[in-house]
Design a protein around this ligand. Structure first.
Ligand code: ATP
Ligand code: PRP
Length: 331
C-alpha cells in the first residue's frame, strides 16, 4: 500500500487501474475498488485500535473487514479504511498515500514527518507521556547523571535529540548511547542492557512493576485525527469534502462522551445564579413553566464536573435536577 491509491484515474476505460496483485485475489479486487475512495488509516492493533472502532461506529461509518485483510470498504460513504501499525500512519499520511488517519502525537513526532502532517482534531484518548525512567533504587537519579550512559527505547529519534541536548549541557564530552528496542522496553534495565529507558507512561503501572520511576518528560501525547499538510493533487473535490464531514462527525461523538445534558427547574429569582453555574456551551436554554415564577433550564455540562455542578445547583435552589447522557451531538 505504499503507492498513492487515490492517484488512480477516475476514468477506468481511458486509464485502467493497475494492480500489483494477482487479479483474482481478494486484495486485488479490493485495491481495484479503492479508486474514487478517500483512504482513512486506522491503527490495526494496540492501545488505539478499539477506541478508533468506537469512534467509527459513533460516526456511522459502516464497514465489513474480511478476515486478515487490512483494507475495508466503507458501505455508506466513498471511503476505504486501511488498517496500519500506529507508528506507520504518520508516514502514509505525510506522503499523501492516505488522506486521513488516526494515530498518536508521539509517533508523529518520532516519524520526523511532522511538518508534512496537519493535526485537525485532538481525540481525547490515547493520553500518555513519553518519559525518561530509571530504577527507583539505582545510583542514577537525574537525566544529567544518565548522560554518557545507555538508554533503551522505541523512540530513537526523540531520545537522540533529547540526550544530545543533555550531553551538550553536561559538557563532559560524553555521548549517551540510545539503543533501539521494539517493545517491553521496561525490561532493559533489569536485564543489564541499559541504565535508563525512554517509554510511554499512562497509569504508571508498567513502570512501577519494573521497579522504575520517571525523572523527566520528553512530551505528552494523545490520539489525533490527521491529514497531509498539502492537499494531494489527485484528491477530487468530492473526496476532499469528506474530510470536514468525518471530522465533524467524530467531534460530535467525542463531545457526546465528554458532556451530559442537565435539566432542572428554578425560581426566576435564582435564575441568574443557576445559569451562571450552567452557562451551557453557547448559552443555557430557558423556558417558562406553567407554575407561576418557575423556569425550566437545559444546558450541556462537562461530565467530569457533573457532581460538583449538581451540588451547586441544589444549593442555588434548583429542583428536579435531571442528568441525561448524550448519544451523539454536533457542537
Ligand atoms: N499506556 C498507554 N496509554 C495510552 N496510550 C498509549 C499507551 N501506550 C501507547 N499509547 C498510544 O498508542 C499508540 C500505539 O501504541 P501501542 O503500544 O498500543 O501500539 P503497537 O505497538 O502498535 O501495539 P502493540 O503494543 O500491541 O504491539 C502509541 O503511539 C501511543 O500514542
Ligand atoms: O503506564 P501504563 O498504563 O502501565 O502504560 C504504559 C505501557 O503501555 C505501553 O505499552 P503497551 O502495554 O501498549 O505494550 P507494549 O509494551 O507491547 O508496547 C507502553 O510502552 C508501556 O509499556
Amino acid at each position: 500500500m505504499s503507492s498513492n491509491v487515490n492517484s488512480v484515474s477516475s476514468t477506468p476505460s481511458a486509464n485502467p487501474p493497475r494492480s500489483r496483485f494477482a487479479s483474482e485475489s481478494p486484495i486485488s479486487l479490493l485495491v481495484n475498488s479503492l479508486q474514487d475512495r478517500l483512504l482513512f488509516a486506522i491503527p490495526k492493533k494496540g492501545r488505539l485500535h478499539e477506541k478508533c472502532l468506537e469512534l467509527l461506529a459513533g460516526a456511522d461509518i459502516k464497514f465489513n473487514r474480511q478476515h486478515r485483510l487490512d483494507v475495508a470498504l466503507v458501505q455508506n460513504h466513498p471511503i476505504a479504511l486501511v488498517f496500519l501499525p500506529a507508528a506507520d500512519i504518520p508516514r502514509f499520511v505525510a506522503l499523501g498515500s492516505v488522506s486521513l488517519g488516526i494515530t498518536g502525537q508521539d509517533v508523529i513526532a518520532e516519524s520526523t514527518h511532522g511538518s508534512q502532517i496537519k493535526e485537525i482534531l485532538p481525540l481525547g484518548f490515547g493520553k500518555c507521556a513519553l518519559q525518561v525512567q530509571v530504577p527507583v533504587s539505582g545510583a542514577i537519579q537525574t537525566v544529567e547523571q544518565l548522560s554518557g550512559a545507555r538508554v533503551a527505547t522505541s523512540f530513537e529519534v526523540l531520545s537522540e535529540t533529547y540526550f544530545k541536548e543533555i550531553d551538550e549541557r553536561a559538557g563532559s564530552g560524553k555521548k549517551t548511547s540510545v539503543e533501539y528496542v521494539g517493545g517491553s522496553v521496561e525490561a532493559a534495565c533489569a536485564l543489564g542492557m541499559a541504565e535508563g529507558i525512554v517509554d510511554l507512561v499512562e497509569s504508571g503501572d508498567t513502570m512501577r512493576a519494573a521497579g522504575l520511576h520517571a525523572i523527566a518528560t520528553l512530551m505528552k501525547s494523545e490520539a489525533v485525527l490527521i491529514t497531509p499538510a498539502q492537499k494531494h493533487e489527485s484528491l477530487t473535490p468530492a473526496l476532499e469534502a469528506l474530510i470536514p464531514l468525518i471530522k465533524s462527525r467524530i467531534a460530535g461523538v467525542i463531545a457526546a462522551k465528554q458532556y451530559v445534558l442537565v435539566n432542572y427547574n428554578i425560581h426566576e429569582n435564582q435564575l441568574h445564579e443557576a445559569t451562571s453555574i450552567t452557562p451551557g456551551r453557547r448559552s443555557a436554554t430557558v423556558s417558562k413553566l406553567e407554575s407561576e415564577g418557575w423556569m425550566a433550564v437545559s444546558a450541556m455540562v462537562e461530565k467530569k464536573k457533573m457532581a460538583d455542578t449538581m451540588d451547586k445547583l441544589q444549593n442555588a435552589g434548583a429542583e428536579d435536577i435531571l442528568v441525561l447522557a448524550l448519544d451523539n451531538c454536533r457542537v
